[in-house]
Design a protein around this ligand. Structure first.
Ligand SMILES: Cc1cc2nc3c(=O)[nH]c(=O)nc-3n(C[C@H](O)[C@H](O)[C@H](O)COP(=O)(O)O)c2cc1C
Length: 211
């Protein structure tokens, strides 16, 4: 009987929490003080950074948030490599500049990852249809958690395309040791921001409520 009472009070406590927590969130959202909404609405892609790589403890938190993203049947069909070795970023950039010499003429150009000192390489499982979705959701968790801690980022498709196409860059991909059937999908550059970009316009008309 005692055990039943404990179980009952635990169930009541859980259902109370699940009833009240969203209501509190909704009230906060209305007066604009919800921190998640604030983070989402203030985040912008950053392409100018301070030179130092992101602290690895902070990257660890970012990755913890990443792998806690929703993902199809919890298969976690993603693999990630974090690179903050300036030599590797420099060598890859040299290859990139050989093929894209004009880009290096930009006085703001520091590297091919939109100048970020820390880069996450995200690979998807090519045998699992939802894997790119899972990777995208993970990426957004990483980007938003980073921004909530003052770390800027930029999601990058271009460098991933380049690395898969350029034979010398492919060697770096090999060294990353992604599992069989995994393929680089996107990169995310991270760093301490040295700019505060303005929001680009969004088309709200793409969203319609159906009655
Ligand atoms: C899948 C994906 C690929 C992207 N690839 C690049 C890229 O190669 N180079 C770049 O500078 N930005 C890239 N971006 C960043 C977008 O340009 C940026 O998110 C968009 O213009 C909206 O701006 P905002 O992030 O500041 O809101 C990419 C974003 C996504 C989601």
């Amino acid at each position: 009987m005692k055990a039943f009472k404990i179980l009952l009070s635990a169930v009541c406590a859980c259902s109370l929490f699940s009833c009240t927590a969203p209501a509190q969130q909704e009230a906060k959202a209305e007066d604009g003080k919800n921190q998640v909404i604030e983070t989402i609405m203030t985040r912008r892609s950053v392409r100018k950074y301070q030179p130092q790589a992101v602290n690895r403890d902070t990257m660890q938190i970012i990755m913890e948030c990443g792998i806690n993203a929703p993902n199809a049947i919890n298969r976690q069909a993603w693999e990630v490599r974090i690179v903050d070795n300036p030599e590797v970023i420099k060598k890859l950039t040299e290859l990139y500049v050989k093929d894209n010499p004009k880009e290096a003429e930009n006085p703001n150009f520091k590297n091919m990852f939109r100048n970020a000192p820390t880069v996450a390489f995200i690979a998807n499982d090519t045998t699992f249809a939802y894997s790119p979705v899972d990777c995208g959701l993970m990426a957004e968790n990483m980007i938003l958690s980073a921004w909530s801690m003052g770390i800027g980022s930029c999601c990058l498709g271009g460098p991933a395309r380049f690395m898969k196409a350029n034979p010398e860059a492919k060697e770096y991909l090999k060294q990353m040791g992604f599992s069989e059937n995994y393929e680089l999908l996107l990169c995310i550059g991270f760093g301490y921001p040295a700019e505060t970009p303005k929001a680009k316009p969004r088309d709200a008309a793409k969203v319609k409520f159906m009655d």
